[in-house]
Each structure stands twice: as structure tokens, then as C-alpha cells.
Design a protein around this ligand. Structure first.
Ligand SMILES: Cc1cc2nc3c(=O)[nH]c(=O)nc-3n(C[C@H](O)[C@H](O)[C@H](O)COP(=O)(O)OP(=O)(O)OC[C@H]3O[C@@H](n4cnc5c(N)ncnc54)[C@H](O)[C@@H]3O)c2cc1C
Length: 374
């Protein structure tokens, strides 16, 4: 029997990554008849390759609004679907005076509900060894284990009667009709949430939005000395990456300091950060490189750089690698791509590295406009 819905649906979602699932959850909760089509046998894209860091506080503008709403939805889903969403916050470790300056400015703007400045001793209580000058705790942030959380959401949807057609590729879309590798689906509305693959399905749409692909290299390492760290951990390099920090006037001075002391980290687009999985393994990353197509050959120098910086952060002589992988996400200056591609058809892609954080806040806004204004 075909896994595709035999009768027309109100909404067809293409892609069972976090962005597609967020739209399917929201549509289901609104009482719409929704179905999902996914090319792979399980979500194997960016949504399970990430840190599981729900990085709320570091966002700015619309992203912050979506992140705050997304946080509530993650907590709700964790309770319903039975996965762990740790309300452990984020620890930001500052090892340069310029990093402390950014955090102090950030704390002054956001207030103590969102940012708690820490001294060196308080940082060391969470993470011994990094020679920190101080840091901050961002209590609103969450930590998930993506390879279990994302399938749990798909499983919850299926349990609610939302059909998910796995191993089914969408080939083309027109108003009211989606053609797949297993046959046609009639859908009043369609959301294409195919992540970075939008540039293959609808290259003109991706090109018009200035979309490219960002490649990230990731490592899973054994915790040195059985270390347990509940919060996600960001470092000074993260302060150059997320809007909430990078928009502070003192971020300029930090960038100059890193460029003078360790330009290779900027060349590698490094955002040194980690989260710890429930079993103890540490997800350590990452480097960023941008291109429409990435060569398949992995540059070992990138892994060595990441291991060097990771070992410094942990104050460990070396780290033992358990697993390595690369991930890709769609990237554009706007940070979100939301394009009407035909009547009732929307392409939605988070084009910055924060899809886990904002997808559940973005989806209600997309559906509002797709169902009421198109
Ligand atoms: C290494 C890494 C670390 C990251 N860390 C974080 C983090 O800690 N916090 C955070 O907020 N964000 C993080 N991100 C970003 C976040 O993971 C992404 O923004 C998000 O997962 C994108 O979700 P998506 O559903 O759009 O894409 P994907 O997860 O890639 O899902 C797209 C799905 O569409 C399917 N598909 C594609 N084409 C078709 C087709 N024609 N027919 C049917 N199905 C199709 C694919 O098979 C895929 O399953 C990270 C990203 C990476 C790569």
C-alpha cells in the first residue's frame, strides 16, 4: 500500500527535518489534515547532525522572538513525545578581556533574567581547566540530543495519525499537486522544507535568495576525566557568530584580537562550542566553509585544529575521538528563506545555523501567512 495520503490534504510538508516537522506539528495542532513526505528512511540531514543546542538568548530581532516561542514548543513536545530537553542553559566561557567586555555589554542590554555574569571560580565549577577570566550563564537555553529528539517528534506525529511517507522524493510541485517518486499527492497548501536541498529542487528560488551551502565539521569525543557538563558551552569565538553578541560594539575589538592572535581560527570559520549527550559523549565543533557544492575530501587539518582548541578548552593534553561527521545547512544573509514559489506553495529554509532553535517559532508565522494571506 502506498504511504501517500489517498485523499487531498490541507497541507503537505516536504522534508522531515526539524523545519518540516515543526510545520507538521503546528498544522496538526491547528486541526488541519497534514501529511509529510521525506526522501530518506529517517531524518538524516542537518537536524540530527547538530549540537542540539537551543541557543535562544544569543539571538536577536525576529530570530530571538522565534527562539523564545520555539523553546516553549520544545518543552511541550519533550513532555508529549518523551525525549529529554535539559533546561540547563548555556555557559559562555570568556578567556580574553575582550570576550568579557562583550558579555558585560550583552548583560547590560538583556538583564539578569537572560544573562548572569560569572567570575572565574563560578566558570570553573561547571568546567574545570579552561583558564577562564569569567563568563556568563544564559538560563533560558536548552540542550537536546538531536538524534533522539527529532525522530521522537516524527514518532509522536505518526502516533497522532499524521502520515509520514519515508523514502519518497518530491520531484516537482505545482498549485494543488505534488509529484513524488511514489505518485501524486493533492494538497491545498505545500511547505517545502528541504533545507539546503532547496538549491537542487528549485535552483532559481535558492539563487534569487542568495543561498549557498555551509559545511561544518563535527567530532564526538570521550569526556576527559569523566567530565559532566550540563549546560551547552560557547566560547569567545561564538561571540563573533550569534547576532545578540556580534551586534555589541565591543565585538569589533574581539574580532581584532582573535585576528591578531589566532587568524587560523577565523580562516576555519571556527565556532568552538560543545554539548554533552545524555550518555556522556561530547559533541565538539565546528568549522564553517561556504560553497554551492562541497568536495567530498575531508581536510584533516580542520579536525586537528578543532582537537587542539578542544583540548585547550578542557585543559586536557589530548582528546579521544569517538565519531566524526560533516553536516551542511543552507546559508544566506537573510537568515531565513520564506518564498512563495506558486499559489499555495512556500519554500521555507532556515539559512543560518539556528534551525533547531527557531524552527518551532517560525512555523506558526509561516502557516499564519500561508493559510490566511495566500
Ligand atoms: C553540524 C551542524 C550543527 C548545528 N548546530 C545547531 C545547533 O546546535 N542549534 C541550532 O539551532 N541549529 C544548529 N544547526 C542548524 C540546524 O541543524 C539546521 O538549521 C536545521 O536542522 C535545518 O533543518 P531542515 O529541516 O531545514 O533541514 P534538514 O534536517 O537537512 O532536513 C531536510 C529534509 O528534507 C529532505 N529532502 C530533501 N529534498 C527532498 C525531496 N526532494 N523530497 C523529499 N524530501 C527531501 C531531506 O532528506 C532532509 O531529511 C546545525 C547545523 C549543522 C549542520
Amino acid at each position: 500500500m502506498s504511504p501517500l495520503p489517498a485523499t487531498p490534504v490541507d497541507l503537505l510538508v516536504v522534508g522531515a527535518g526539524v523545519v518540516g516537522l515543526a510545520h507538521a506539528v503546528e498544522a496538526h495542532l491547528r486541526g488541519l489534515r497534514v501529511a509529510v513526505v521525506e526522501r530518506d528512511a529517517f531524518a538524516a540531514g542537518a537536524s540530527i547532525r547538530n549540537f542540539g543546542h537551543i541557543c535562544v538568548t544569543a539571538q536577536d530581532g525576529d530570530a530571538l522572538r522565534y527562539a523564545l516561542a520555539g523553546r516553549e514548543r520544545w518543552l511541550w513536545l519533550a513532555a508529549k513525545a518523551g525525549f529529554d530537553a535539559a533546561e540547563a542553559g548555556t555557559l559562555v566561557v570568556a578567556r580574553r578581556p575582550e570576550e568579557m567586555a562583550v558579555l558585560e555589554e550583552f548583560a547590560a542590554v538583556r538583564g539578569v533574567e537572560q544573562v548572569r555574569l560569572l567570575d572565574a571560580a563560578a566558570v570553573a565549577r561547571h568546567l574545570p581547566g579552561p583558564e577562564a577570566l569569567g563568563g556568563a550563564h544564559l538560563p533560558l537555553d536548552l540542550r537536546l540530543d538531536s538524534p533522539t529528539a527529532v525522530p521522537a517528534v516524527a514518532g509522536w506525529l505518526a502516533g497522532q495519525g499524521v502520515p509520514i511517507a519515508w523514502r519518497t522524493s518530491v520531484l516537482s510541485v505545482e498549485p494543488g499537486l505534488v509529484r513524488t517518486s511514489r505518485g501524486d499527492v493533492r494538497a491545498a497548501r505545500t511547505v517545502l522544507a528541504v533545507g539546503h536541498d532547496l538549491d537542487r529542487l528549485l535552483p532559481d528560488v535558492a539563487e534569487a535568495a542568495g543561498m549557498t551551502r555551509c559545511l561544518l565539521r563535527m567530532l564526538e569525543v570521550a569526556p576527559p576525566d569523566g567530565l559532566r557538563v550540563a549546560p551547552g558551552v560557547l566560547t569567545g569565538l561564538s561571540l563573533l557568530r550569534y547576532g545578540g553578541f556580534a551586534g555589541r560594539p565591543s565585538a569589533e575589538g574581539l574580532r581584532d584580537a582573535v585576528a591578531a592572535e589566532a587568524p587560523e581560527l577565523l580562516d576555519a570559520g571556527m565556532n568552538l562550542m560543545f554539548t554533552q549527550r545524555p550518555g556522556g559523549a561530547i559533541v565538539l565543533g565546528d568549522t564553517h566553509h561556504y560553497s554551492p557544492t562541497h568536495a567530498p575530501f575531508d581536510d584533516e587539518a580542520m579536525a586537528e585544529l578543532l582537537l587542539r582548541e578542544g583540548a585547550r578548552l578542557f585543559g586536557a593534553p589530548s582528546l579521544r575521538v569517538l565519531r566524526r561527521w560533516r553536516g551542511q545547512y543552507a546559508s544566506s544573509a537573510a537568515g531565513v528563506l520564506d518564498a512563495a514559489v506558486a499559489d499555495g506553495v512556500r519554500a521555507v529554509s532556515v539559512t543560518s545555523g539556528i534551525g533547531m532553535t527557531i524552527a518551532h517559532g517560525l512555523a506558526p508565522a509561516v502557516l499564519d501567512s500561508l493559510f490566511w494571506h495566500s
